[in-house]
Design a protein around this ligand. Structure first.
Ligand code: UDX
Ligand code: ADP
Length: 463
């Protein structure tokens, strides 16, 4: 029986190991995390992350061949395993050289040292967290300079799951990527992991590459996806000036097979733990390699994203007579996208913070992400009202801003909401999920993204 250990039970480690355990009953999978509360949650009915379909997978595998453990016994777990997935967080460095751009590898390094300290038999070590290109090589060097003569094969197996669809992405991935050294033992390690995934993924979808191609592909995939959003968001600004409709433009260009229809939804901006971090990382690597033009090219994707958020808030201020001070504003959505409780880098919190600067009376409403939002907002949280019910949130509000595309926000009774609001009532649809004409007919002044606003009064637009 193969013995798999995963270090880090977060958004990536938890769901990934659950799906592996589900499909590989012949393997035992143990997941350790240093956060005891998180482990307790994984072992309860209240899982620590909201992810559609996750509970069903956990119910099949937990206690059978899937176990969540605190890191008290990590020494024993490391020695027990023959395959170790490292799925710890790799945030952007907040201090020192490369601050604000390079990846903070302290968690990864700590894990590597733990492995080195406790392993007495050969292991395959798999980097699952996104890491700068050549990290695996550095880790390989650290691990293989051990004095006990234990062989470690370091592989890169980046995760391409998107939150909210993690289980589907893991069950039916577009591809699984495995990178390793072109040495006999490196190739054997790759084959072991190919076999693992082949339990449910068709072989032709399992791509093997060298270590660095695999690491770089993860950064590049996210950079390309983010670039598409920044591109359509840039065009949304132009649409608003020219009265073109960004959804019509996106549809028209997306029918070209070479462009394709996906990831062309103009929005208040992209968020999430990966896009910004990975692009910053890519930019940093380019600079380090003496490629400032390439670095600048990718930096622009982030700049456009910041512009889009700032533009959204500026539009709210200008449309609402240049002052939000003391006005109640209901923000529909805190999560960085629908179907997740994750608020990391959420554009909703960017807007929330800027509205607090404007001294607005902010009400934050979300079905699953309020607790995370409260933590992320930190001391600013005390200035925000957290209300789960959208009808309560909108009561007495001067404006509503849609910041997360939760389906139920599109299906509310806006007639009732309109009647409960202060008038004139404004609605800013940062996700283009509402029926704008219908809202306009109800009496709302409506401001979509990348389309002409629908206003009941003549109002000069200034952006
Ligand atoms: C992303 C990648 O999709 C995934 O492959 C990788 O493994 C991790 O990073 P995730 O961050 O979970 O996944 O979410 P994703 O669905 O990619 O959305 C990212 C952000 O872009 C969200 O804020 C989303 O609302 C926004 N977005 C997405 C748009 O604004 N417009 C779009 O058309 C698509
Ligand atoms: P991701 O989105 O990449 O999965 P998360 O922050 O959701 O990132 O999860 C990473 C997890 O890794 C966290 O639960 C954190 O407690 C855990 N972690 C970090 N370092 C270690 C370590 N050395 N040992 C055990 N768990 C760790």
């Amino acid at each position: 029986m193969r013995k798999i250990l995963c270090i880090g039970a977060g958004y990536v480690g938890g769901p990934t190991m659950a799906v592996i355990a589900k499909h590989c009953p012949q393997y035992e999978v143990r997941v350790v995390d240093m956060n005891a509360d998180r482990v307790a949650a994984w072992n309860s009915d209240q899982l620590p992350i909201y992810e559609p379909g996750l509970k069903d997978v956990i119910d099949i595998a937990r206690g059978r061949n899937l176990f969540f453990l605190t890191d008290e016994t990590i020494a024993e777990q490391i020695d027990w395993a023959d395959i170790i997935f490292v799925s710890v967080n790799t945030p952007t460095k907040a201090f020192g050289l490369g601050a604000g751009r390079a990846a903070d590898l302290q968690f990864w390094e700590k894990t590597a040292r733990q492995i080195l300290q406790h392993a007495t038999s050969p292991k395959i070590i798999i980097e699952k967290s996104t890491l700068p290109v050549r990290t695996a090589e550095a880790m390989s060097h650290i691990l293989n300079t051990n004095s006990i003569g234990v062989q470690f094969d370091v592989l890169s197996n980046p995760e391409f799951l998107a939150e909210g669809s993690a289980i589907r992405d893991l069950e039916e991935p577009d591809r699984v990527l495995i990178g390793g050294h072109n040495t006999p033992s490196g190739q054997r390690a790759i084959e072991t992991i190919v076999e693992l995934y082949a339990n449910w993924v068709p072989r032709e979808k399992i791509i093997t590459t060298n270590l660095w191609s695999s690491e770089l592909s993860k950064l590049v995939a996210n950079a390309f996806l983010a670039q598409r959003i920044s591109s359509i968001n840039a065009i949304s600004a132009l649409c608003e000036k020219t009265e073109a409709d960004v959804e019509e433009v996106a549809f028209a260009i997306g029918t070209d097979k070479r462009i394709g229809p996906h990831f062309l939804r103009a929005s208040v901006g992209f968020g999430g733990s990966c896009f910004k971090k990975d692009i910053l990382n890519l930019v940093y690597i380019c600079e380090q390699q003496g490629l400032p033009e390439v670095a600048e090219y990718w930096q622009q994707v982030l700049k456009m994203n910041e512009y889009q958020g700032a533009r959204f808030v500026a539009n709210m201020v200008h449309s609402m007579f240049n002052s939000l001070s003391g006005k109640r504003i209901a923000l529909f959505g805190a999560a960085f996208k629908a179907n997740t409780s994750d608020t990391r880098e959420s554009p909703a919190l960017v807007v929330c913070r800027e509205l607090l600067e404007e001294r607005a009376d902010v009400v934050l409403c979300d079905p699953h992400a309020l607790e995370n939002a409260r933590q992320d907002l930190d001391e600013q949280a005390e200035k925000v009202n957290f209300v789960a019910d959208p009808y309560q949130a909108a009561k007495g509000a001067h404006a509503i801003a849609i910041l997360t595309e939760w389906a139920h926000f599109a299906n509310l009774d806006y007639h009732q909401i309109y009647n409960s609001m202060a008038h004139p009532a404004f609605i800013f649809d940062g996700r283009n999920i509402l029926d704008h004409q219908a809202l306009f007919k109800l009496g709302f002044n409506v401001y979509p993204i990348g389309k002409a606003p629908l206003q009941h009064f003549n109002h000069g637009r200034t952006w």
